[in-house]
Ligand binder design. Structure first.
Ligand code: ATP
Ligand code: MG
Length: 440
């Protein structure tokens, strides 16, 4: 029934999984969305294997609410498609099925496979072969990235099937690749970013061998398609653990393998690299705080933040230039930095443009205190609030306050740190809060 294609990381022969009965694990059907239960049961009642897999099993075992639920089965894409009227077969390299529900919910159902679609099989001419590598459940477990992501929940008997030692790693709070990390990172270098993200999100430590393999193979990230790097990297920025992710990326050097230019700011070429790194990390610590408060930061603002310490290093104030020329020099530097860092990853033009505008607007915002007003032209811009938010995050990272003028120009909840602090202090003193710095 299956076209078996062994890769070295797959099990050499049939492996019996450790079976954890329902009484020995906390996952109950009540924790699963109604839609995923429907999908699992329909597959099961039609005689197919139906497992909940990947991140959702991991998150449920960690007591977290999964972002989404993924299902794996021995049904082939066309069989899945026939079972669910509201479904569509998708995927270029490996076909899988999206089952659509009311309210826009999508359950992803994929057939067990023997290798990841990104472990490329190429012809001598370099053409990527579209061989669909359907596999067995154990092959599907072994083709996954890290052990805590390789667990299956079986709807037939509510047991967890552990082929890869994922339960032990969850208990030990360890992030470790399935199989030899050197081999797994060479097969698909994007896994290095994933290891770092999962370690950062869970707070688990990275197994020393896996960690060393990142250091050894970090340069190979350049072989991956820029769009995959971009997508994994964006998840680092957005999913609430940007600060620890960047910390690990700096420690392992993976950040420099992805963005070689950043060496100038955070690498040995900058004598003040520690300070630049700290500033960078504190900016993203604040982004994580905002995410936890359910205030996601736009992609343009994230990129602008990402570039700020770099721009500080490459564009110090130029003492011999007049004001106009300084401004021109500054805007040119920003445009160059945005182009240099982001172009390779084909970020949408709109995001790059807004990131540049937000960065350029910072010098105008700074001048508002001297002038005592915000130019109407700037207030009317679509990116005005993003520019103020960026200003606010920088101010917080530097331990400065945001001028009233700016706070009053945006909704009170845009800058979560200041309005509250301001009101509290005012009430306590009963007087107007005195201005303590030239910027406020
Ligand atoms: P999240 O909660 O962020 O969605 P996740 O672990 O579910 O985390 P996904 O990107 O949704 O991450 O991937 C789903 C599953 O597919 C993973 O749990 C993992 O088992 C597997 N996987 C994803 N990317 C890879 C990869 N590059 N190599 C091997 N397995 C992968
Ligand atoms: Mg997922």
């Amino acid at each position: 029934m299956y076209q078996r294609m062994h890769s070295q990381s797959n099990p050499p022969s049939k492996i019996t999984p450790v079976v954890i009965p329902r009484s020995n694990h906390p996952i109950s059907r009540k924790m699963l969305d109604e839609e995923v239960l429907k999908v699992l049961y329909r597959l099961y009642h039609h005689g197919f294997i139906a497992y909940l897999v990947g991140g959702s099993v991991r998150d449920l075992l960690l007591g977290k609410i999964p972002k989404d639920f993924d299902v794996a089965t021995n049904a082939h894409p066309h069989e899945i498609n026939t079972l669910f009227k509201n479904s569509r077969v998708i995927g270029r390299r490996f076909r899988l099925v999206h089952v659509f529900f009311k309210g826009g919910k999508i359950i992803e159902v994929s057939t067990f496979r023997s290798r990841s679609e990104f472990e490329e099989v190429q012809t001598e001419e370099g053409e990527i072969l579209r061989t669909e590598s359907f596999g067995t459940p154990e092959e599907d477990a072994f083709r996954r990235d890290i052990k805590i992501n390789g667990l299956f929940y079986n709807i037939a008997d509510f047991c967890i099937l552990d082929y890869v030692g994922g339960m032990a790693d969850l208990e030990r709070q360890l992030i470790r690749t399935i199989g030899d990390p050197n081999e797994r990172f060479q097969q698909d270098p994007v896994r290095m970013i994933r290891v770092i993200r999962h370690a950062s999100r869970t707070g688990f430590s990275i197994d020393p061998q896996t960690y060393q393999a990142i250091i050894q193979h970090r340069g190979e990230i350049q072989k991956c398609s820029p769009s995959r790097i971009r997508d994994e990297f964006l998840r680092d920025l957005k999913e609430g653990a940007a600060q620890p992710s960047f910390d690990l990326m700096l420690r392992t050097g993976l950040l420099f393998s992805i963005f070689p230019d950043l060496q100038r700011a955070y690498g040995d070429r900058n004598p003040l690299k520690k300070k630049a790194q700290q500033y960078f990390l504190s900016l993203f610590g604040l982004v994580d705080q905002l995410n936890k408060m359910n205030r996601p930061v736009s992609e343009s603002t994230l990129f602008a933040l990402f570039l700020i310490p770099f721009i500080h290093v490459i564009a110090p104030e130029h003492p011999f230039l007049g004001r106009r020329e300084q401004y021109h020099y500054f805007t040119q530097t920003i445009r160059w930095a945005v182009h240099q860092i982001m172009n390779r990853f084909s970020f949408p033009k709109g995001i790059k443009e807004t990131a540049s505008q937000i960065l350029i607007a910072q010098s105008v915002l700074k001048k508002t205190f001297q002038r005592g007003f915000i130019p109407k032209k700037l207030r009317m811009k679509g990116y005005f609030q993003e520019a103020v938010l960026l200003y606010g995050i920088k101010a917080q990272a530097n331990g400065e306050r945001v001028p009233h003028l700016l706070r009053n120009a945006v909704p009170s909840d845009l800058l979560p740190w200041w309005p509250k602090e301001f009101k509290k202090r005012r009430r306590r003193s009963g007087r107007r809060f005195p201005s303590t710095s030239s910027i406020d």
